[in-house]
Design a protein around this ligand. Sequence first.
Ligand code: ATP
Ligand code: MG
Length: 259
Amino acid sequence: MGKVIAIANQKGGVGKTTTSVNLAASMAATRRKVLLVDLDPQGNATSGLGFPRGSIEQGVYQALIDKVSLRELTQLTVLPTLWLVPATADLAGAEVELVAEPRREWQLAEALAPVRERYDFIFIDCPPSLGLLTLNALVAADSVLIPMQAKYFSLEGLGALTGTIAMVKDSLNPRLVVEGIVFCMLDKRTNLAQQVVAEVKQHFAEHVFETVIPPNVRLSESPSHGKPVLLYDIESKGAKAYLELAQELLARQEAREKL
Ligand code: ATP
Ligand code: MG
């Protein structure tokens, strides 16, 4: 059964999509079968993997609202073991349309259930809000990976997110855990970065990944080429960091399974 990991943070621009695309690709590079679900109406993961806005007609919206099977919606990407369920522009309406749906928080979980066994990992790129789409991701997920920037206000947002995670765990999805916090665009040399990292470690010690994603221009360039960074510039610091993050995630998983 594929492990489902939601990549979430309601703060915008912290590195959710960059992490979704490049961690999924790095995991696929280890020959694991990986599915990435683009649950953000902005569709950045979709275009970043080579499906520009308007080039595809159906995506996760049709699974959530029209109950189309995910099998029919899944696209193979530039990597042989990385598949994508794209986001189309109509996904923006789903947040409102889901409200009237019975079991509205369960639509993604129900859509994923029949395809889970086909993959080793399923990543979900969440939108920058704690609305119904993100809630659907948290209900469908086994764990949440939180990308974070080391900025002064980052910690405040973390409280709202962990509050939502606790609420989901209590009422909708008892198996949900925090997979980890990964710092993105982190320049370790600045004082503020060191301060924020220290503070986050105080609160969430074991959750913070050792791997840090540095600021790297290759990471911001690769989406416009429709490729994950490891196909754009494998030698870049960004590519190496995400390969390392995939290894750390696998090592943590193995350590947990041994317990
Ligand atoms: P949103 O909340 O809008 O969905 P997000 O959390 O998904 O945003 P990204 O889109 O991954 O964030 O990143 C925001 C911007 O920062 C993008 O332009 C991206 O290319 C850039 N970026 C992300 N990570 C890095 C990095 N490590 N180095 C340089 N640029 C980065
Ligand atoms: Mg994004």
